[in-house]
Design a protein around this ligand. Structure first.
Ligand code: PMV
Length: 322
């Protein structure tokens, strides 16, 4: 095979953010917004990348120079993924890659992880490496750590496996749950969050008060484990209560902001079973679990609180050949 197109989904964190960085579980679901990547083997010893949505056009580098010198932001994840998978499987061919995205990197849906996973999957297909989802996860997670030095890997797992996952730090557990939450309303705060900055601020809090922060993580773990059971039992009202509790603990970690708090409070006042921020905090998105008949009211409440409704479907397929 000389050319292949693959795609991988973005993600939404449902429970357990931040604690999952420190050896506690989380629950993540994949969404219907996807990254598409076409890769072909070339006769030149070059890595070529076209990713116009992130400002990369006609980016070319010799294969031996992968990872070296200054790499533009929009090219980092794909370039380092190619470097890592080429090194691991002793590949040297030229490769030309084009990416295209359903969604903006603004929303915090995990476009970097999805591009990384797509890159590794495409190389696996082109060179008949037959990599499993776990193999793809390992190389992709290493790539993310090489670049940002931080992160639990939950977003990489969602892109590779798809569906809804109970996930423990670094992929120590990746367990597929049979379905996700119905009627989940997603509200975008309009503010772009920076995940690494938020992870660092929680780390600072931990350094100044380790007992308190570890206590919060343990409470988040209890909630996440209960949430897993309630999802399996389809106890949506109870699950909403767990979301509210999880949000309070995230507030105690200092990662929420007034806009998100307002959107969450108004969603619950409008009849949602529960609501919380989703992801690192500091902006990006909140989620509200709503009874079906209240969906419109909850959406309007979020809009009135300054949010924008994003229509996304949960529990979608992981990385695949198109
Ligand atoms: O900002 P997001 O949506 O990528 O979520 C980050 C979630 C954290 O738990 C804070 C970090 C991580 O890698 O698990």
């Amino acid at each position: 095979m000389k050319k292949v197109t693959v795609s991988a989904p973005g993600k939404l964190m449902l429970f357990g953010e931040h604690a999952v960085v420190y050896n506690h579980p989380c629950i993540v679901t994949s969404i219907n917004e996807r990254i598409y990547l076409t890769a072909e083997i070339t006769n030149f010893q070059n890595f070529e990348l076209q990713a116009p949505e992130v400002g990369i056009t006609n980016y070319t580098k010799n294969i031996n120079g992968l990872g070296k010198g200054k790499i533009p932001k929009g090219a980092k994840f794909v370039e380092i993924a190619v470097k890592n998978v080429f090194e691991k499987y002793s590949l040297k061919n030229g490769i030309k890659i084009t990416t295209q995205s359903d969604f903006s990197s603004e929303f915090g849906f995990g476009s970097s992880s999805a591009s990384t996973v797509c890159t590794v999957k495409a190389v696996s297909e082109l060179f008949k490496l037959n990599l499993s989802n776990k193999d793809i996860f390992e190389v992709s997670y290493k790539t993310v750590l090489d670049i940002q030095n931080k992160g639990s890997g939950f977003d990489v797992a969602a892109a590779a496996y798809g569906g809804t996952l109970y996930f423990l730090t670094e992929g120590k557990i990746i367990e597929a749950l049979p379905y996700s939450l119905p009627n989940l309303v997603v509200g975008y705060s309009g503010i772009k969050a920076d995940t690494v900055t938020l992870i660092n601020s929680v780390k600072d809090l931990f350094n100044s008060n380790p007992k308190m922060v570890e206590g919060i993580y343990e409470s988040i773990e209890l909630l996440t484990n209960s949430a897993k059971n309630e999802i399996l039992l389809k106890h949506w009202q109870l699950l909403g209560t767990l979301m509210n509790e999880n949000h309070k603990l995230l507030c105690a970690l200092g990662v929420s902001i007034p806009r998100l708090d307002e959107m969450i409070e108004q969603a619950v006042n409008a009849g949602a079973y529960g609501a919380k921020l989703s992801g690192a905090g500091g902006g990006d998105c909140m989620i509200a679990l709503s009874p079906k008949e209240k969906t419109k009211d909850v959406e309007n409440a979020i809009i009135n609180a300054g949010g924008k409704i994003l229509k996304v479907k949960m529990h979608t397929e992981g990385v695949k050949v198109e």
